[in-house]
Each structure stands twice: as structure tokens, then as C-alpha cells.
Design a protein around this ligand. Sequence first.
Ligand code: PHE
Length: 468
Amino acid sequence: MEAKKKSSFTGSLGFVFAAAGSAVGVGNIWRFPYLAARDGGGLFLLVYLILVLTFGFTLLTTDIALGRKTGKSAWEAFGSIRPRWAFLGKLTFFVPVIIMTYYSVIGGWILNYATAYLTGRGGTAAEDGYFTSFITSHAAPIVFMLIFLAVTAFIVYAGVEKGIEKFSSYVMPCLLVMIIGIAIYSLTLSFTDASGTTRTGMQGLAVYLIPDFSGLTLSRFMDILLDAMSQLFFSLSVSMGIMITYGSYVKKDVNLSRSISQIEFFDTGVAFLAGIMIIPAVFVFSGTDGMTSGPSLMFVSLPKVFDSMGMAGSVVGIVFFVMILFAALTSSISIMETLVDNCTHIFKVGRKKMSLIIAVLSAAASVVICLGYNVFYFECSLPNGASACQLLDIMDYISNSFMMPLISLLTAIFVGWVIKPQWITDEVELGGSRFKKKGIYCVMIRYIVPIIMAILFFKSTGVLSLLG
Ligand code: PHE
């Protein structure tokens, strides 16, 4: 463990790639498009882009600088600066714990689709009802989830993440090229439904890009803001300790400000393109009604796109799902890695043993989440306005809409008012690096982040609606 702590990324690109490997995952390709579609496209996109440049940049800078300056992971970092704030590090630790319970469930879904295409069953995957019948079946989702989790756990157990990271630095650019190719193809689609209405990919693109302000109420805007903010946390892997740990591996001569912009650019670029790939296709095949389908969106719409490609579609389907599988794997490794890293410290247990314990516990929790679609099925509404939710949505809500705003709020108070922003900006400017957005950073961390996070926290917990 100690040896690992001392190891650092080779240069700034190594760091950017590793952080991007954690950041780019199912959040970009599965979660972003379904939220954007549910929230009407353009408006969500606009809000998200503004948030990335303001909140995303502030929170990512804070996490990475905290990690590099203290050289510690979240569990110890806060306490090592101010012992009274040690609780914040501990609170942060619970976010990856919750995410781990459902990330491998989605990994399992992707694995199932990859397998379907590999075994020539791409056509079946494109049929209506395929996704629902898959996730509601008893055994298959559990089996695929367990395989995905076992691979993740094996990599963490064997300590071969470095090899995977290298591999993913080849896979990521290929994934990007695929996404661009499929996105362009999506725009050329056109479909006439039973009622004789023809919809085209370009019309779908307009829905995605052009904000529609008609009928917008404050409450609806707040729901969109909350969705976009939760997506920002999830996608950039911020406010959950992961980027603090990554920061602790970064060498002192790396230009933090530049690396952070690169990570943000890459992560947001992939999400934006995934939107172009998925949203016009959903619009073409299912109209605006289909856009509200939530977590199933990618799994329902993409097979239809591949199906419309004819023979080529089965090959594109294989390559695409296998690549997303890798993106998901690098992210799930980073989550499990953080859990193992922290738990070896907390419980003073060896790394290998801890990996096994965490793998078994995660498997047990994920089985319960899988059963949320049959044995434990129910539908509930959440305080953030989402309806017809199952166990997976509830875990997602707890981590992204409840805990992360709370942690960001506390972190902003800690940095902005207790240790003061200069503590962070000094670290960013170390070695003479220029921190161009220093002014924005200081205003954000002291005033804007705490105020908005407090509002969002109350909104997402339903306290605001109680007050009327
Ligand atoms: N950021 C990753 C994604 O977009 C998910 C993730 C969440 C990774 C939490 C690490 C920690 O899929």
C-alpha cells in the first residue's frame, strides 16, 4: 500500500488519461443522454455546459489540489488539515460505497448487449420489449453483473490497473471515433410511424441543441438544474473522494490548471457527442414520448439504430458495446480501487484480503439492486421530481442528488471560509503555473457553490416543497 501511495503518474498526460478513464464511463454514454432527453434536450444541455465551466471546474480543482497538497486520500485528507473536519472525509467515503452497488448492475446490462451482438442476436436486442424482459428476468441480469464485478475485482486484486489504463488510452480514442461515426449516421435517419408522421434525425438534433423555454416554471427549472448538477458530480467523479486520491498521485511539476481543463473538455465532449448519437435516434423512432423513458434509453434506442444499418449494424454493435464495456470497466475499477484503498487503512487489513471482502459485499448489494426489477419491484416518486423509480434509481438519487450536494456544500465552506481559497490557489500555482481563472475560482468556492448547493440540497430532499 505504502509503495502504491508513493507511486505517481508519469507526467501530466498520464494523469489526464487516468483521470479521464475514471471520468468517462457509463455516466457520459448512458446517463447524460437519458437525462438530457428527459429534460427536453436543449435546455438541459445549456444548463449543463454552464455548470461544467463554473461548478465542475471549481469542484475538480478543489478535489485535485486537496489531494496533491496533502498527499492523502479523502478519508484522511480533510482531517490532516483540520482535525475537526475529519468527518467530511469519512462522509465522502460513503459515496463510492453507494455507487458501487449499482454501477456493476449497469456494467452487466452492457455486457449482456455486447454478448447479444457477439452471438449474432443483435436483431433480437432491437425488438420492442427486449430490454424490459431482460432486466425483469431473474437470473440473466445477476449473472452478467457478477461477471462484470468479478473482472473489476480481479483487476483490483491483482493490482494490474496500470496495464488496463494503458490499454484504455487506446480504447478511448477509438470509442470517440465510433461515437462520432454513429452520431453522424443518426442524423441521417428518417422514419414514418403508423400514424404517417415522418421524423428525421436533423429534427431530433434540433430538439437536442435548441433550448425550449416555453412553459418553463421555476420548479421545472430547479428540477433540470438538479439533474444537471447530479450528472456533473457523477460524470466528473467529483465530490466523492476519487479525484482527491488521484490528486495525491500527481507530481508537483504538473500544471494542474491545464490538466483540469483537459479532463473537463474530454469528459464533456464525450457526453455531448453521446447525446448526438442517441437523442436524434430516439426522436426518430419514438418521438418526444420516447424521450422520457429514463435509464432504458440507450439500451432501447441504439440497437434500433444498429438494426437500421443492416449487416454492418451487427459489426458496429459488437465494437460499440465492447468499447463501452471498457469505458465502464475503467470507471468501476476506480470506484472499487478507492473503496479498497480506504478500507485497508480503516480496518488495517491487507490489500488482497480487502479486495475479496469488498467484492463479496458489492456482489451481495448488487444482487439486491438487480432484484429491484422483479422480486423487490415497486414504483416510487423521489423528492427530486423523478417518478416510477426502482431500487437502482433510489441509490443513484442518494449518491448523486443527496450526498454529493451536501459534500460539495461542506467542502466549499471548508475551503472558502475555514482554510481560505488561497490554500488551494497556491497549490495550483505551484512552480509558477498560471491559474487564469483564479478570480472565478475564489468567488465560486466562497459564495456561489455554498449558496447553490444549499438550495439544491434542500430542493432534492424535498424540504423546499414542504415550505411551499
Ligand atoms: N464518472 C464515471 C462515469 O461517468 C462514473 C464514476 C462515478 C466513476 C463515480 C468513478 C466514481 O461513468
